[in-house]
Every structure is written in C-alpha cells, then in structure tokens.
Design a protein around this ligand. Structure first.
Ligand SMILES: Cc1cc2nc3c(=O)[nH]c(=O)nc-3n(C[C@H](O)[C@H](O)[C@H](O)COP(=O)(O)OP(=O)(O)OC[C@H]3O[C@@H](n4cnc5c(N)ncnc54)[C@H](O)[C@@H]3O)c2cc1C
Length: 391
C-alpha cells in the first residue's frame, strides 16, 4: 500500500476488484502490461453474491437483441477462458453445461413462458417444449403440479465464488499488484483534452498511470473525474439470494438450473457440484441497501418449494444481498470514457459473471490499441454522453 502522497506507478490502474476488474487485470498482465488493481475490499461486491448463471438464452428478453448478441459472444468465450484459469491456478471453477429448465407453475405462467419461448426461437435460440411429465423426467423432484416447461440447452453456470477466487490467484501470479484502497478520482493532465495521469486514493495517495480502468461495479459513479452523464448512468439494483446445502448423505436434488414462474413471480435454483443450491433473487430499486429482509427470504423459499417441495429439506446455509450495476438500457458500459486513457468497464447488471471473460478481452483490446469485437459497439460509454464536460 503506498504511503500518503507517495505515488506508485503502473501502465494501467484498475479501480475495482470484482470479477470484471480482476478478469481485466489478469488478461492485461498476461498481455505484458504492468497492472495495479485498487479495491478497499477486494472482491466483496456483487460478484460473490451472484448465482453464477451463464444464461444468455433464459435471460433474453424482448427488445434486448444487442444485449443477447454480446451475451452469446460472452458464453462462447467462457469455456476457454475458464479452462486457462483452471490450468494456471490448478483450481476447478465449477462450470456446468446441463442447460436451464424453465418451468411454469400454472396456465398463466405457461402462456407467458410460451410467449418468451417464441421470441427466443425467433432469435435463433434452442428451446425444447416439455409437458409436466417430461419436466419431471429431467428433474424427478419437481412437483407434478408444474404445468409444463421449456429446456434451454444453451445456458450454463459456474461457481462464481470459486471463479472469483481463481481470478484473484491468476492475477497475482501474472504480477498484478493490489492496493487495498478506494479510488476517489481519476486524475487527468491539465488542459482541455488532458489525458489520464492516474488515480487519487482515499488515503491521500496517488497511483500514476497513463491508462485507468473504472470497474467499480455499482459504485462506479462515485469515482470523480468521469463525465457526469457516465457517473449517473450506473445505479445499484439490489438482489437478495439464499444459499442452501444438502444435509450429509442426501443425494443431489437437482441437475439443471431451474427457472420457475410461480403465479407471476420468478425464482431460480442453481445447483453446484459441491451440493450447494443457490435460490434467487429479488430485484429491488432501493439504492445501496444490503439488508436481507424476512419477506424476501419467505418469498424465495415459498416459490422454490412450490415447484421443488424437497427444498424444505435443504439446509439454509446463507442469506445475502448484493448490488447489480444497472444502467438505463440494461446494457454494460465498456469502452473509452471521455478523457484519453480512461476506460469504463461497468454496468454489467444481471450478467456480469457471464460477461467477465468477454469484457476482459474487450478491455485489453482497448488498452493495447486494438478494436474490441463488433458485438461491443452498442455498449460504448458514448451512448450516455451529452455535451457535458468531464467531472
Ligand atoms: C443477487 C444477484 C444475482 C446475480 N446473478 C448473476 C448470475 O447468475 N449471472 C451473472 O452473470 N451475473 C449475476 N449477477 C450480476 C453480477 O453479480 C454482476 O454483474 C457482477 O458481479 C458485476 O461485477 P463487477 O466486478 O462489475 O462488480 P462487483 O462484483 O460489485 O465488484 C466491484 C468492486 O469494486 C470495488 N469498489 C467499489 N468502489 C470502489 C472504488 N471507488 N475504488 C476501488 N474499488 C472500488 C468493490 O469493493 C468491489 O470489490 C447477479 C447479481 C446479484 C446481486
């Protein structure tokens, strides 16, 4: 950690050590750049709360075609990225490829699922309609009351906590230095078109660097020195989630990720190879609130038990809340952010785990003077910039 007022220097400084900042740090260091990553609570953000679904298909919603394309790019990139991570660190990250089984509890839920399925098929995505019996053939613990479902084989999942830990280890092994402090501002050289010259830290120190990446998740807007329109473009969207565990000796109750609609309410259950089942999640516009409420725990368990009654026999191991970095159009913000040498990699909202590998590729392309893949084009910071100046 730098002493007050004493500058550390690097080629690139990254503000934020969630999966986005750490994935970028690892790949940038692997590309030969000298990288410093600043984070006061390395990895203590949404990345550790998330369910770890890699789900471009069951996340595909009406009107989000560009987001679907970048999510598909991200999914295609994930296996080779994860394989390299596992090879470098020697740790498995729990990638699962069984697909998502979306189930509808009643006839109204089924009609809504069919409308979404028609849209997803029209976008070229695989979807296999199943009656209630066929759903239970895939997942024997589902209630016979389930009206019907759809298998989306193109969705996967990863154990996001193992993945995040492996990223941190790979980044350290590649030479990334970590400064456990909060970035308060991006510093730019004086003059109208002043380039980045580093960042200011909460302890009063500075890190000198010609390139700065702001990857502070839902806190990105708190970093000064970015255009105001970008600072206000990222907002926290609260999500509460439960982690359940099988009691000793109980065989796994699930193979696929289940996404259920229960009388209009959505719930998902994501199985891990180590016996954990993640149940989520609420979606709440409550600002930076990280409390867990009794009502959310009740509703998530109620909806999960409605479709998978055996859920009641699992151990409630953890309740948690996290902040998704949301944006006005639900898309990420990845690209040059106004002052030369400043890059934004934030706003990944519901899909930051999925998009982490592809975001690292895009960011490293920008940092090394190459163009990111064309799927990123709609997601540059420019779409939120008005005529306002920086700061
Ligand atoms: C309940 C829930 C479920 C989710 N499920 C999924 C899922 O299934 N699949 C999926 O793909 N995505 C999911 N997400 C979304 C995903 O978690 C996020 O999109 C992703 O974690 C964002 O990563 P990040 O690195 O940008 O932010 P974060 O993980 O929040 O990390 C930001 C980091 O920045 C640091 N920081 C903050 N301010 C500063 C500063 N000023 N200077 C330096 N560092 C700073 C913080 O300490 C933190 O470590 C879910 C999110 C939630 C909340």
């Amino acid at each position: 950690m730098p002493a007050k007022g004493v500058a550390v220097t690097a080629d690139v400084v990254i503000a934020g050590g969630g999966v986005i900042g750490t994935a970028i740090a690892w790949r940038a260091a692997a590309a030969g750049l000298d990288v410093v990553l600043a984070d006061p609570a390395h990895g203590d953000g949404a990345s550790l709360v998330a369910a770890g679904m890699l789900a471009p298909v069951s996340e595909a919603l009406f009107g989000e075609g560009a987001l679907l394309r970048v999510n598909l790019l991200a999914l295609a990139r994930f296996p080779s990225f994860a394989a390299e991570l596992e090879q470098v660190t020697g740790h498995r990250v729990g990638l699962r490829r069984e697909g998502t089984l979306a189930v509808a509890y009643d006839a109204g839920d089924y009609a809504a699922l069919m409308r979404l399925t028609a849209f997803r098929r029209s976008a070229g995505l695989d979807a296999e309609e199943l009656d209630s019996r066929a759903c239970r053939k895939l997942e024997s613990f589902l209630t016979p009351d389930v009206h019907g479902g759809v298998l989306f084989p193109g969705d996967w999942s990863v154990d996001n906590r193992r993945y995040a830990a492996a990223l941190r280890e790979a980044a350290a092994a590649a030479g990334v230095r970590v400064v456990p402090d909060r970035v308060t501002a991006v510093l730019t050289a004086s003059g109208a078109d002043g380039r980045a010259r580093g960042v200011a830290l909460a302890d009063g120190g500075e890190i000198g660097s010609g390139q700065v990446v702001v990857a502070a998740g839902s806190w990105s807007g708190a970093v000064h020195g970015l255009p105001e329109a970008l600072r206000s473009a990222v907002r926290p969207v609260k999500g509460q989630l439960l982690r359940l565990r099988h009691p000793d000796g109980m065989p796994p109750v699930l193979t696929h990720t289940i996404r259920a609609t229960v009388r209009g309410a959505d719930v998902y259950l994501v199985p891990r190879t180590d016996g954990e089942v993640v149940v989520g999640a609420t979606q709440e516009e409550r600002g930076p609130d990280l409390t867990v409420t009794a009502g959310a725990v009740h509703d998530l368990l109620h909806d999960a038990m409605s479709v998978l009654p055996v859920t009641s026999e699992l151990i409630l191991a953890e309740t948690c809340a996290g902040l998704r970095p949301g944006t006005p159009d639900n898309g990420p913000i990845v690209g040059s952010a106004g002052p030369g040498g400043v890059l934004l990699a934030t706003g990944h909202y519901r899909n930051g785990i999925l998009m982490s590998a592809a975001t690292a590729d895009a960011a490293v392309a920008c940092l090394t003077g190459r163009a990111p893949a064309p799927e990123w084009e709609p997601f540059g910071p420019g779409r939120f910039l008005t005529n306002q100046g920086a700061r």
